[in-house]
Design a protein around this ligand. Structure first.
Ligand SMILES: NC(=O)C1=CN([C@@H]2O[C@H](COP(=O)(O)OP(=O)(O)OC[C@H]3O[C@@H](n4cnc5c(N)ncnc54)[C@H](OP(=O)(O)O)[C@@H]3O)[C@@H](O)[C@H]2O)C=CC1
Ligand SMILES: O=C1OC[C@@H](O)[C@H](O)[C@H]1O
Length: 363
């Protein structure tokens, strides 16, 4: 299909922070297998200068002009924007989604979708009332690797009956030395490892233990513990137990240490073998290897499935969003509203057991 026939999505990018730079860099990168055409129509920021610098740095070699704004409101009101990408800290996701929705804009909003499930429901209720598309940007769910792996696990049953998944996200932060305004330190912005990085190992457990997700998801039982530095949650461990199958997920996260760039980021155990997922961190898998049952001292030979490409992987959620909007869908079939709410409910329960409270919880 010629590029001109592909659905086009004109994006309004909210914020000039880290994730916006990653997202935009992926979208402007040339590729052969495009499913949609992406235009960075506008950048919105707290400062016009930041928007200008961001556009100059990340929206390069494109055959169009990007509009730069010194506010978010101008993005909401720009009639040339098809979808607003929300890249603010989680504490502002509800506010920014509601403002974009009120202006009649479709929205793709970063994880964690909101601070709690109540806020998520509020956003989806507003989207329903306004008739616009809203989706959580949980990019891991959109990776073709996950669909392929789930087919191998549950249709081809390559490792027999799956009984356990373990996944750990580590990141080194020195909470004490961060300014009080950092999103990693300010509770009103959603500080804490669970919502920021724990959501990825949780997603690995959900996707590999529950073949019904996302449309027929089963609610696991949860047992969780959390630890704190300066009042900020820095380590979470949780066990998920699926009543219908007995499958278990062991999900851990910490901002107190880091791993190397090439590690096992998730392991799925089955009665006839196991799968190791390789990558830098659980949000960024690179490949996975399917092994037969390990019976000898020596690790058995496995079959590797490689998914490396130039883009980081944000292109998949962007393509799917463009295709959803072009088809008139209001929800993503990959991350439906009910699934985003359910993930927030699981994290609410983890925080209830672990003791993390955000100001928004009592609002
Ligand atoms: N999918 C993924 O892999 C990743 C997702 N994320 C998610 O993206 C969101 C943003 O994270 P990240 O990009 O790392 O954050 P950054 O701190 O790098 O950027 C956040 C941006 O939000 C805007 N902002 C508005 N108010 C505030 C405030 N009070 N404090 C800080 N920033 C503010 C600023 O942009 P401006 O001044 O331009 O308005 C700022 O640059 C989070 O929800 C995070 O979970 C983050 C990293 C990776
Ligand atoms: O989503 C994320 O993945 C990478 C981390 O660096 C970041 O803090 C987090 O938000």
């Amino acid at each position: 299909m010629a590029a001109t026939e592909l659905p086009t999505c004109r994006w309004g990018i909210l914020t000039t922070g880290l994730i916006s730079s990653w997202f935009v860099a992926d979208l402007v990168m040339p590729r052969e297998d495009a499913k949609a055409k992406h235009i960075i129509q506008a950048i919105g920021s707290s400062s016009l200068e930041k928007s200008r610098d961001f556009a100059a740095k990340y929206v390069k070699d494109v055959p169009y002009q990007t509009t730069v704004y010194g506010s978010y409101e101008e993005v909401y009101n720009d009639p040339n924007i098809d979808c607003v990408y929300v890249g603010s800290p989680h504490g502002f996701h509800k506010r920014d989604c509601l403002a974009a929705i009120a202006a009649g804009k479709n929205v793709l909003c970063e994880k964690a979708f909101t601070i709690n499930a109540r806020e998520a429901r509020e956003v989806f209720d507003a989207a329903k009332a306004k008739g616009v598309y809203v989706a959580e940007a949980m990019w891991l769910r959109h990776r073709p690797m996950l669909a392929d792996l789930r087919k191998l696990l549950y249709e081809d049953k390559v490792i027999g009956e799956v009984f356990r998944t373990t996944s750990d996200f580590q990141m080194q932060l020195d909470i004490a030395s961060l300014p009080a305004t950092s999103r990693y330190k300010d509770l009103s912005l959603g500080a804490g490892s669970m919502l920021d990085i724990g959501i990825y190992p949780l997603t690995w457990a959900i996707l590999t233990l529950d073949p019904g997700t996302p449309t027929q998801s089963e609610d696991p039982k949860i047992l969780a513990a959390q630890s704190f530095v300066d009042g900020i949650e820095v380590t979470t461990s949780l066990i998920l137990h699926y009543p219908s199958s007995g499958r278990q997920g062991v999900v851990t996260t910490t901002t107190e240490r880091r791993k190397g760039a090439s590690e096992i980021i998730a392991t799925i155990d089955g009665t006839n073998g196991f799968v190791e997922v390789e990558g830098a961190v659980p949000s960024h898998p690179r490949s996975f290897t399917v092994y037969p049952k390990w019976t000898e001292d020596k690790k058995p030979e496995g079959k590797k499935y490689d998914y490396q490409r130039l883009q980081q992987g944000f292109i998949y959620e962007a393509d799917n969003t463009a295709l959803d909007i072009a088809a008139g869908r209001k929800e993503s079939p990959i991350v439906p509203w009910a699934e985003s709410i359910r993930v927030m409910e699981i994290m609410d329960e983890v925080r209830r057991q672990g003791g993390t409270k955000y100001p928004q919880d009592s609002a």
